[in-house]
Design a protein around this ligand. Structure first.
Ligand SMILES: Nc1nc2c(ncn2[C@@H]2O[C@H](COP(=O)(O)OP(=O)(O)OP(=O)(O)O)[C@@H](O)[C@H]2O)c(=O)[nH]1
Ligand SMILES: [Mg+2]
Length: 193
């Protein structure tokens, strides 16, 4: 199992060329703004002050690199879709992510976070398509699972299967308020890198 507790913040970057110099592979956490990327990293690392979280969307604006000591980088990506009208921030995000996912030789696993209580957005469909085209390893994690009942979970899986017809992606549920789900995700990540 990866030693998530040894994680420290290394740096923020606007593009992957500004990544830390150390030759470690990386796992990225992607998803719409407010889906819970930063909170999930904190939960995995058992450190509430590692990533800044906020109930206001749009908090994370850069690629933030965290290092599991001498093992791998965890990358907290900015979320998309927080400016209601789309606009400049979404363009910036699209540009940043396109650069990030293109020819990234360090990228070993994408943790794609979705909030199943929200309608699937075009950006999410686009990203899943891109991952498929580029054959990038990806797992879907539904966040805030504490807010879902069993039938809502089943519905979420059905929806996501529609989106990923050509590719069977693994699907997990996680809640920062449920230790078991956090342990499961830690195990999953440890065995899939
Ligand atoms: N109930 C519940 N709330 C959660 C969970 N995870 C995150 N949240 C809440 O969701 C809000 C957004 O969390 P963040 O982790 O800041 O979201 P983010 O995806 O990093 O957002 P951006 O940085 O804006 O892209 C916060 O108010 C969190 O407390 C969860 O598992 N359950
Ligand atoms: Mg964030």
């Amino acid at each position: 199992m990866l030693n998530f507790r040894s994680t420290t913040f290394i740096k923020s970057a606007r593009e992957k060329n500004e990544r830390p110099k150390k030759e470690l592979l990386e796992i990225v956490f992607v998803g719409r703004s407010n889906v819970g990327k930063s909170s999930l990293i904190n939960a995995l690392c058992d450190n509430k002050s590692l990533c800044y979280t906020s109930s206001k969307p749009g908090h994370t604006r850069l690629l933030n690199y965290f290092e599991i000591k001498d093992t791998i980088f965890l990358v907290d990506a900015p979320g998309y879709g927080y400016s209601k009208a789309g606009g400049r921030n979404d363009e910036l995000f699209a540009h940043m992510m396109e650069d990030y996912f293109t020819d990234n030789k360090y990228l070993t696993l994408i943790i794609f976070l979705m909030d199943s209580r929200r309608k699937v957005r075009d950006e999410e469909i686009e990203l899943l398509k891109l991952f498929e085209e580029e054959n990038l390893p990806c797992v879907i994690v539904f966040t805030k699972a504490d807010k879902l009942n069993q039938s809502e979970k089943a519905e979420a899986i059905k929806e996501v299967n529609k989106l990923t017809l050509n590719r069977n992606l693994d699907v997990l549920f996680a809640s920062i308020n449920n230790n078991k789900s956090i342990e499961e995700l830690k195990n999953y990540i440890s065995y899939h890198i």
